[in-house]
Design a protein around this ligand. Structure first.
Ligand SMILES: [Zn+2]
Length: 189
């Protein structure tokens, strides 16, 4: 059995994307069988991705959860972080879920501050990616370091540190938004 997140995927990228979309649909389908308003069973809408409650008429559309993922830079260095369950020595970007009342730029500011103690500004959009693990859209940004020393939130991260741009650790695979941002901003090969 091969997973969609395998480090060395056996499938071409278009089939991986289709597999990801299928995973996302099945995840949502399994969690939208009953109306969130009245608790009665729902059924598929005829011509779009949605569920409708036959009892109260409530419409429910796919639950896709926005996350900000952000590359923090300062001259000659980037801020990278890792979680304990990632491949050994792999570092990536800080990311987190959008909360009520936030713009995604504000999510980026808050997540970097909460997880690493670093204050950033000048948050600029780079790109986005469907991330079906299980139901996110990752919205990618780059931001400038302003102030602060690294203070790792160990409930979220195993480590965070500044890396010189010419001495980076193992990075996420090319098909990920994290790597896309790194490659684009640092103009890596
Ligand atoms: Zn209902």
């Amino acid at each position: 059995m091969l997973g969609l997140l395998d480090a060395k995927p056996q499938l071409p990228i278009d089939l991986l994307s289709l597999g990801g979309m299928s995973r996302m649909v099945l995840h949502w389908q399994a969690r939208s069988r009953f109306c969130g308003y009245c608790g009665r069973p729902t059924c598929w809408m005829d011509s779009e991705w949605g569920r409708i409650c036959n009892s109260c008429g409530e419409h429910t559309f796919p639950a896709i959860h926005p996350c900000a993922i952000v590359l923090v830079t300062r001259p000659g260095e980037v801020l990278l972080a890792r979680k304990s369950n990632w491949a050994a020595n792999r570092y990536s970007l800080v990311a987190g879920f959008q909360e009520f009342g936030e713009s995604l730029e504000e999510t980026a500011l808050r997540e970097v501050a909460e997880e690493t103690g670093i204050k950033v500004s000048n948050v600029r959009y780079v790109g986005s990616q469907c991330w079906p693990f299980p139901s996110q859209v990752m919205v990618g940004y780059v931001a400038d370091y302003v102030a602060g020393e690294i203070r790792v939130d160990t409930t979220e991260l195993e480590d965070a540190r500044w890396f010189p741009v010419d001495d980076l650790p193992e990075l996420p695979p090319k098909r990920s938004i994290a790597r896309y941002i790194l490659d684009k901003i640092l103009t890596l090969p």
